[in-house]
Design a protein around this ligand. Sequence first.
Ligand SMILES: NC(=O)c1ccc[n+]([C@@H]2O[C@H](COP(=O)([O-])OP(=O)(O)OC[C@H]3O[C@@H](n4cnc5c(N)ncnc54)[C@H](O)[C@@H]3O)[C@@H](O)[C@H]2O)c1
Ligand SMILES: [Zn+2]
Length: 364
Amino acid sequence: MIRVTIPVPPHPYEAVIESGLLQRAGEHLREILAGGERLFVVTVPPVRQKWGSKLMASLSAAGFPAKWVEMPDGERAKRLATVEQLAEKLPRLGADRDAVIVAFGGGVVGDVAGLLASVYMRGVDFVQVPTTVLAQVDAAVGGKTGVNLRAGKNLLGTFHQPRAVLIDPAVLRTLPEREFRAGLYEALKCGVIGRPELFQQFEESKTKILQRDPAALEFVIAESVRLKAEIVAADERESGLRRVLNLGHTIGHALETETGYRRLLHGEAVAWGMIAATNIALSMGRIDSVTAGRIADAVLGLGPLPRLRVRRENIVRRLQADKKTRDGVVHFVLPTAIGKVEVVRDVPEKAVGQAVEELRTLSR
Ligand SMILES: NC(=O)c1ccc[n+]([C@@H]2O[C@H](COP(=O)([O-])OP(=O)(O)OC[C@H]3O[C@@H](n4cnc5c(N)ncnc54)[C@H](O)[C@@H]3O)[C@@H](O)[C@H]2O)c1
Ligand SMILES: [Zn+2]
């Protein structure tokens, strides 16, 4: 079992990572909660069908009365209407101020349940039990909650830290292959940003990771959570430092919007974005070609990425539009070594265009 503390005031909390943890979730919550609280488990049908009975058995064995609160699956359900629908169910199920909301699912469930917990009766306790790679290595830690608006993703949200994050890599067994790999790119990203040993693990134990070997996954998840914990502790409200977590996200986001969120999963867009950021760093003389090659190889080594058929002018135009909405600056996070990144404000347009062109070549 690996425990990582997320040292945010006034209530630091732990992420616990262990294969098979779902069966012991109740015991763990007994350590953290006073005991006897009513738990309201927010989830989606696929997760409840596959893993629900294990979680419920463990909660009731530990003496927690627990009830299901289901929401529809998918990014489309990440909207304020869903929060209201869930909130309407809570009083009927007996949720009072001492209720504890448990998010049991991927990043969508975590973001919606977190927002719900932060506003229900002006805020109740919240526990994360993430079930996708993306949620386990990224979304479940850090306290950001949110839903989408028509105008864009995550535009409505709060900061609400969980009391605990219970991570069981065994639940990843049932994750579709593409979702699984998409989450791994975010973990690889953590390695590039600040955990050289994590990056090396991807180079040396790629096969084990891809085979979902429990020990390999525990290491990958724990290292990613450690990196996120350090950064969140230093910058809980995202005033600057937390920006380094956006490696690969500037171009990644432009690719996602340009392709209408249909062709690429988020992690896949970040994967292409990381390669682009590395190429930009290379063209600006901020990284050596051997290291740049290692990063690109590690990304491409995790499996086929969907092909890109975007026009470079369109991507450059989207970044310019971003610039207008963000006080005239677009920040690029550029890798300078394995485990080191820099935030750069003025990346020449030409370097961006070239990097996008190289992505097209790579994906042919
Ligand atoms: N709050 C944050 O800091 C933060 C950070 C990164 C991403 N996010 C958000 O996370 C969301 C994406 O999360 P996601 O990629 O987990 O998507 P998701 O929650 O939609 O889950 C992906 C799919 O996997 C299914 N699933 C979940 N667990 C499963 C399991 N164990 N076995 C089989 N199927 C399973 C889900 O039902 C869903 O269909 C986005 O909305 C993004 O904005 C939030
Ligand atoms: Zn991301």
